[in-house]
Design a protein around this ligand. Structure first.
Ligand SMILES: Nc1ncnc2c1ncn2[C@@H]1O[C@H](COP(=O)(O)OP(=O)(O)OP(=O)(O)O)[C@@H](O)[C@H]1O
Length: 317
């Protein structure tokens, strides 16, 4: 059995299945991202992994020991497994330093002091140590929340969309900083999110969850190049259905724009993006509107354009 082992856990609420039997094996220090849309069962899964929710079946083991659920244990949850979500709780009338120290009250004094110093340093919070949470930005507060969860040196950190209150730039910066921290501490991390980009900033080890079921596992490249469903394909980009062909799709970046030969359409919209213009093209004799990348920024609204693609780029979904 590996270090963190999740064996066929399932969960239903009032006969509605939230999680079909789910299994997972992780080694110490591994990172994993679980990506899924809202309602796909991500939070239920993490809560069961943390011993905070009763599963209908299956078991969770950490280092060979069963993780007991609230029906099996008087005080639910574990210091070794910490769950952090969006609605993190900081002590509002305590400084940053006090927030990090509180979970360590029962630890030996010099150990606790060293641990807090280390967390302040690696999270870049040293200069804010005497501030109250209300005197910090959202990103800084989130770092304190993560630091608070890490002060007891959890073996496993479960991140449940903890960055959803931050903007994209803050989130991306924070994930990069935290990744360094997790690597340095050797923490095993499971990050659940609906945002593939955020997931990829932490790890390339991905599980895609849909309606409580694992629909695909793999690296970003494997999932992007060989998606098994439209749901997985759409995590990476829009997909365009090829008319008069069954279940055949092509990505915006895999389409060539020509002035003759191919599928005829008209540009109905154009957006300037950093590496290309993103065109909306209405196909002739069809009600389909395709999204197509125009890297040369050559075409304008109203232009006639012919579309070509290599057959090996076609996805059968
Ligand atoms: N306490 C509960 N009682 C009843 N149904 C619940 C409960 N918690 C979750 N569910 C249902 O279980 C399913 C999975 O919910 P869950 O919160 O695990 O998904 P999620 O992927 O984390 O969603 P989100 O990203 O929106 O938080 C949903 O259909 C939800 O409505």
């Amino acid at each position: 059995m590996s270090y963190f082992s999740v064996q066929k856990i399932s969960k239903s609420y009032d006969e509605q299945v939230a999680l079909h039997p789910f299994s997972l094996e992780l080694n110490q220090g591994d990172f994993l991202a679980i990506v899924g849309e809202s309602g796909s069962g991500k939070s239920s899964l993490l809560r069961i992994m943390a011993g905070l929710e009763v599963q209908d079946s299956g078991e969770v083991f950490l280092d060979g020991n069963p993780v007991l659920n609230p029906n099996q244990k008087i005080v639910s949850g574990y210091d070794e497994i910490k769950l952090i979500h969006q609605n993190f709780h900081l002590y509002p009338n305590s400084t940053v330093e006090e927030n990090l120290s509180r979970p360590l009250l029962h630890y030996e004094k010099s150990y606790a002091k060293n641990r807090v110093e280390k967390l302040l340093k690696i999270l870049g919070l040293k200069e804010y140590r005497d501030r109250m949470p209300r005197q910090l930005s959202g990103g800084q507060q989130q770092k304190v929340a993560i630091g608070k969860a890490m002060s007891v040196e959890p073996d496993i950190l479960l991140l449940d969309e903890p960055f959803s209150s931050l903007d994209t730039i803050q989130t991306q910066g924070l994930i990069a900083e935290l990744k360094e921290t997790f690597l340095e501490m050797g923490t095993t991390v499971i990050f659940v999110t609906h945002d593939l980009d955020d997931a990829l900033r932490l790890t390339d080890n991905l599980i895609i969850l849909q309606k409580g079921k694992v629909v695909q596992k793999g690296t970003s490249r494997e999932l992007c190049e060989a998606p098994k469903s439209k749901y997985v394909a759409r995590l990476f980009s829009a997909i365009n259905r090829i008319p008069e062909r069954d279940r055949s799709y092509v990505r915006p970046a895999d389409i060539r724009l020509r002035t003759k030969g191919g599928l005829l359409g008209h540009v109905v919209d154009s957006r300037f993006l950093v590496h290309f213009n993103s065109l909306q093209i209405r196909l002739k004799d069809s009600d389909l509107v395709w999204e197509v990348d125009d890297p040369q920024r050559k075409y304008e609204i109203g232009d006639r354009v012919y579309l070509n693609w290599d057959e090996h780029k076609v996805m059968e979904l």
